[in-house]
Design a protein around this ligand. Structure first.
Ligand code: ZN
Length: 201
């Protein structure tokens, strides 16, 4: 983006412009919103940004966003610890929780296998998944990676890896919008995909 404004305003526009989904016009609008906001509102925004970096971490068990060593799902004794749903990102956990169809635990990979962008299995929490499954208490693994090329490739890779562990593996039923992110599926569609999941092997 060309530099139009001076100093601090342009710096802020540049920072907003780095955010995902924010184009130059939106970056400019956000910067001017901050400029016209009162100091207290700006302080709250700054505090929220600091707090998210200071307080939020990743669940030691599943990799979901947490404010403690374990996330809210892993800490909940009512959850069924014998089923693990594997997803790419914490936002996928939120999407699945919204369906209210799933009572098991999660495993967040932290992305998908994407050789073109240099992401291999070692860059994801695959080893942690195998360690979890090694405990022998899991009766089903549900692969809920995104229904796009890298998501499918990741599911295929995990299916091969998990074959040796003799844990039943299932994949969400088709019907999800192909090529999209899990988070964009509506609750009903995602809920049905869970119900209609099929064993893979
Ligand atoms: Zn967790």
């Amino acid at each position: 983006m060309p530099v139009i404004y001076e100093g601090a305003v342009q710096d802020l526009i540049d920072e907003f412009g780095e955010l995902p989904g924010i184009g130059p016009k939106t970056a400019q609008r956000l910067a001017f919103h901050v400029l016209s906001s009162d100091s207290a509102a700006v302080e709250r925004l700054v505090d929220a940004l600091h707090a998210v970096k200071a307080r939020v971490r990743f669940c030691e068990q599943c990799g979901n966003i947490a404010e403690d060593t374990l996330c809210a799902v892993c800490k909940d004794p009512r959850r069924d610890a014998s089923v693990i749903c594997v997803v790419e990102e914490p936002k996928d956990v939120v999407a699945i929780e919204r369906t209210q169809e799933y009572r098991g635990l999660y495993h967040v990979l932290g992305g998908a296998i994407d050789p073109i962008n240099g992401v291999g299995p070692d860059d994801l929490r695959v080893r942690e998944l195998l360690t979890r499954l090694g405990s022998g208490n899991v009766v089903e693994v549900i692969l809920a990676t995104d229904p796009n090329v890298v998501g499918e490739a990741t599911a295929a890779y995990l299916t091969r890896m998990l074959r040796t562990l003799e844990v039943p593996v299932s994949r969400l039923a088709s019907g999800l919008p192909v090529g999209a992110d899990l988070e964009y599926a509506d609750e009903v569609t995602l809920g049905r995909a869970f119900e209609g999941r099929r064993r893979v092997e």
